[in-house]
Design a binder for this molecule. Structure first.
Ligand code: ARG
Length: 637
């Protein structure tokens, strides 16, 4: 990618006979988003035509889903002009609208004014800017500033907590989705200039880790632990839980028969696990050492897998990292403020006493401290949030957790509010998502992320081998198959709205037909191959005569790619990966229908350059969109 610096915007605008400086508006970034040039320009004209304050006009200009409706539309009613009907005003304003160098005269469509950009001018504004900005096109680092007027105050800080699996337990679909969606949100905010911290909050504490330590003594092997900690710890966990179940059954049987079960109760696995965990919480060195090895080896393995997904965590936090003294302080505060109460020996929060009506009832009566004094999941989350606030002083924090835990997070956020951490309560947000149904691989129900990734990669490798000629040209087919497999899983996951459940369908996701990961990758590889064959340096593309791009297919493609920065901006509102995916499919469909009409090979040199500039701009947009989603675009496949 050419990293030449762009000429100042005023210069490019002057070439289009826009000599007046553009008026400034909040959230208007003409250097980052060419469509904002049109917004500013249209607003100043519309202010004259309508007599309405430009501050009202600017935010009313909307982007369109289908290009037949124009590049931007104005819902007339949004200007709140009294006395005339919106459809009459639309006709009146359309007639009054003066000639513009960059926009066609608008047309009235019912209560809307539709604006179509003059595409030759749009191409001149857009394509060189995409080629010059390269991987930065679509990003806007100004959005995350603490103070847009004073960049020296630096960016706002965002915490994204995601993935958060439990050590020695399966990495299930909920963790998979959290990983994919969280990685995406982290990229999205980074691109918007926020200072983003990725946190993985591991499930790594509790009596079950005492049990695991006992299991390791009985079934563990040092060698197996080092070779594959995740699977080995899980195997041990399963075995020791079988033993525990047998013990419980035995106790039950003895008691039913009226026999003495006290020895099993006092010396059995359950009690030993409890003691082991107690030793851990009392900072017993030996107990902690073993457990912390489990934790470290697991993290090491996780890191390798996350790297395949382009994901990196700044902080491996976890339930174990919540300090006892902080939990004690929070418990004291809740007690003093009358938030918590003792009920049957345990400490609980009865939300009906703090929140009126249905809402209070729906928050239920969670336990925050068990009879034996142990803290629970919810208790840890309260103190963890306060610790994070202390450590990171964040401006916003997102928890990416399955909708099955909606209640848990509602309780957590409400408790923080009741504790009168009002600022903090406003900064936290739960991003939830639905279930994955039937997540099984060919070897049975998937347990770990690695198993899933291995299986889809194998499947993709088979699919690739079907095209022998192409397969031979791929330098490292197994690595490419791995990337394609990952893309399949991720695109399927991100295609629907987050809250919807979806069916894990290996055949559908790995197909080249339909809106799949491999299809997107193929579209990207094809653009790369066109660029390789044309072999025109970017410096030459920058001087291409873009007025040659007159065919309807070229015009459509220019208009679609101009929408990309708006799509990213809109995604910051929806926080839905599907907003980006839907757009990328719209764009790649426009592309694939263009190839026959906009040929490179055999075209005259100047036309070839102009078309190649357009394709290259499309490649940049596709590449940027894919990376925003967390995919690794391939150049050959
Ligand atoms: N702060 C949180 N509670 N994050 C979600 C943690 C998810 C938890 N480890 C689980 O697997 O269910």
């Amino acid at each position: 990618m050419a990293e030449t610096t762009s000429p100042p915007l005023s210069e490019s605008l002057a070439k289009l006979s826009l000599t007046q400086p553009l008026p400034k508006f909040p959230n208007c970034y003409p250097e980052f988003n060419p469509v904002d040039i049109y917004r500013a320009h249209l607003t100043s004209i519309l202010a004259d035509v309508t007599g309405v304050d430009s501050k009202i006009i600017y935010p009313a200009l909307q982007w369109t889903q289908t290009l037949e409706k124009g590049d931007l539309v104005l819902p007339v009613a949004a200007l709140r002009v009294k006395g005339k009907k919106p459809n009459e005003l639309a006709v009146e304003w359309a007639e009054k609208f003066p000639e513009s160098p960059i926009v066609e005269k608008p047309s009235a469509a019912g209560t809307f004014l539709q604006f179509f950009f003059k595409v030759d001018k749009l191409a001149q504004l857009l394509i060189p800017s995409i080629l010059q900005r390269g991987k930065d096109f679509g990003l806007n680092p100004a959005l995350g500033l603490k103070d847009p007027e004073d960049p020296s105050k630096g960016p706002k800080r965002m915490i994204v907590e995601f993935s958060s699996p439990n050590i020695a337990k399966p990495f299930h679909a909920g963790h998979l989705r959290s990983t994919i969606i969280g990685g995406f949100l982290s990229n999205l905010y980074k691109g918007a200039g926020w200072d983003v911290v990725n946190i993985n909050y591991l499930g790594d504490f509790g009596k079950q880790y005492g049990l695991l330590a006992l299991g390791f003594g009985k079934y563990g092997s040092e060698e197996a632990l080092l070779a594959d900690p995740i699977n080995h710890l899980y195997e041990i966990y399963v075995k020791i839980n079988v033993d525990l179940k047998a013990e419980k059954d035995e106790i039950k049987k003895l008691e039913e028969e009226g026999k003495d079960a006290s020895e099993l109760k006092n010396e059995g696995l359950d009690e030993q696990a409890r003691r082991y965990f107690k030793a851990m919480t009392d900072n017993d060195e030996k107990a902690i050492a073993l457990w912390s090895r489990f934790r470290e080896l697991s993290i090491k393995r996780y890191k390798e897998t996350y790297a395949r997904l382009n994901i990196h965590f700044d902080d491996y936090s976890g339930e174990s990292q919540v300090k006892q003294e902080n939990m004690d302080a929070a418990a004291k505060k809740m007690e003093e403020m009358g938030i918590s109460e003792v009920s049957e020996g345990a400490v609980i929060i009865d939300f009906t006493k703090h929140v009126q009506g249905k809402a209070g009832k729906s928050l239920e009566r969670p336990i925050i401290k068990k009879k034996d004094g142990t803290a629970l999941y919810l208790t840890r989350d309260i103190s963890e949030m306060l610790q994070r606030q202390e450590k990171y002083n964040f401006d916003h924090m997102i928890y990416v957790v399955a909708s099955q835990q909606d209640l848990h997070l509602k309780q957590l956020f409400k408790i923080i509010e009741l504790m009168e951490y009002h600022d903090l309560a406003k900064k936290v947000q739960h991003i939830n998502f639905g279930l994955v149904l039937g997540m099984s691989t060919r070897k049975g129900t998937a347990k770990f992320l690695d198993d899933i990734l291995r299986d889809v990669a194998e499947k993709m490798h088979e699919v690739m081998q079907k095209n022998e000629a192409k397969y031979k040209q791929v330098e490292n087919p197994l690595a490419v198959a791995d990337i394609l497999g990952i893309s399949s899983v991720m695109v399927q996951d991100m295609s629907g709205k987050r809250i919807n459940n979806y069916e894990f369908n290996m055949d559908a996701m790995t197909s080249f037909e339909g809106d799949t990961g491999p299809y997107l990758q193929y579209a990207h590889a094809r653009l790369c191959s066109i660029a390789r064959r044309a072999d025109i340096p970017t410096s030459e593309l920058l001087t291409a005569d873009l007025s040659l791009l007159t065919e309807p297919h070229a015009i459509n493609l220019i208009r679609v790619i101009s929408q990309y920065p708006d799509v990213v901006q809109n995604t910051l509102k929806t926080l839905e990966p599907a907003t980006v995916i839907t757009y990328l499919f719209k764009m790649t469909h426009t592309l694939s229908s263009s190839y026959d009409h906009l040929r490179i090979v055999g075209s005259e040199k100047e036309l070839m350059k102009a078309r190649m500039a357009l394709y290259d701009a499309a490649r940049v947009v596709l590449n940027n969109g894919m990376r925003l989603l967390g995919l690794s675009p391939v150049e050959r496949m």
